[in-house]
Design a protein around this ligand. Structure first.
Ligand code: EAX
Length: 329
């Protein structure tokens, strides 16, 4: 009988050890792991900057808070990453402001076509109280903005078959992929194109197999994600400025001590500075790289593009705070 009792005791302990039931600190015992997801590759400035954020936060908290970075759409498309933060399945992401518009319409305000002529103008707006007011609704959907990264100014690329874009007429009937962004959708429709939404991680293959003639993204995104391999022409349209909201789950943010919140804000500010520096540099330097990679670069007359899209603000009058729209006008 005694023998049977001890064999059951040993088996029980074994089972508990395997299942982790016995007292043992897991790898992250007492550590807060922030899971961060991005739609683009590791070389994209938003990921490079988040890596800096990760290093600073882990150093400043002695590893009490760590950041786990996932790239290339491994955790979903931009809209899935954003809904992950909203639903509490993902802790951090960075995505174009217009991609948040389905949760907080006003936040798409910075994406209106041809709103800014250069980065200084864009950053002055994004760092202003108008942007803060435009983002206010995000806290109601569990999104806390830690910083304003930058994606750059969106430009149009086309396949060899579609040919280069030299004027608005060349946009006519263009089967162009766009992100889930209502402002960009309407901008492309006003230019006469046929826009369709597709997650960024699927874009390269969709262009390669001819599902789309065209896509539109900033110069850094085009280069860092190798889109020049599947697109022959680049038109410098700069049709929409793409601020990139660097966000964390509001409920996780609220659970942090004030000192930890300050650590995250300081790290986000340093990451934002690095991101903006990279995007400005790459926007200036990468057009030449794209030409060297074989792209045919055109500089359409933007006055024609501005004229064709000038009615957009009025079209959205119903879905934006009138005071914010007045600032835009
Ligand atoms: O930068 O989906 C898109 O086109 C966005 O620009 C995406 O964040 C890649």
């Amino acid at each position: 009988m005694k023998k049977r009792f001890f064999s059951i005791l040993i088996l029980t302990c074994l089972a508990l050890t395997v299942s982790g039931g016995c007292a043992s600190s897991g790898p992250n015992d007492g550590t807060l792991v922030l899971k961060a997801g991005f739609s683009t590759g590791a070389s994209d400035p938003r990921v490079v900057s988040t890596q800096l954020f990760k290093e600073e936060v882990e150093r400043a908290t002695d590893g009490r808070i760590t950041v786990d970075i996932h790239t290339d759409g491994e955790l979903g498309s931009d809209s899935e990453l954003i809904s992950g933060v909203v639903n509490g399945e993902l802790d951090i992401t960075a995505s174009s402001a217009g991609n948040f518009a389905s949760y907080a319409p006003n936040v798409g305000i910075s994406a209106f076509p041809f709103l800014f002529d250069d980065f200084e103008e864009a950053w002055e707006f994004v760092d202003s109280d108008v942007e803060t007011r435009a983002e206010a609704e995000l806290t109601e959907v569990n999104v806390k903005v830690l910083g304003h990264f930058d994606n750059g100014f969106r430009c149009v690329t086309t396949s060899e078959a579609a040919g280069p874009v030299e004027c608005v007429a060349d946009m006519d009937g263009l089967k162009i992929r766009i992100p889930e962004n209502q402002i960009v959708m309407q901008t492309m429709l006003l230019l006469g194109a046929e826009p369709e939404v597709l997650g960024f991680a699927e874009l390269y293959d969709a262009l390669k197999n001819g599902t789309f003639d065209a896509q539109e993204n900033p110069i850094p995104v085009i280069y860092n994600n190798d889109l020049y391999e599947v697109q022959d022409n680049l038109a410098i349209t700069n049709h929409s400025y793409d601020v990139m909201l660097f966000v964390i789950r509001q409920d996780v943010w609220d659970s942090l001590s004030e000192s930890d919140q300050k650590i995250l804000l300081d790290a986000a500010a340093h990451a934002q500075e690095k991101d903006r520096e990279l995007i400005r540099e790459q926007t200036e330097d990468y057009i030449q790289k794209l030409e060297e990679a074989g792209m045919n670069v055109t500089y359409p007359n933007l006055e024609e593009f501005k004229g064709a899209t000038s009615s957009l603000v009025d079209e959205f009058a119903g879905s934006f705070d009138p005071e914010l729209l007045a600032e835009i006008r």
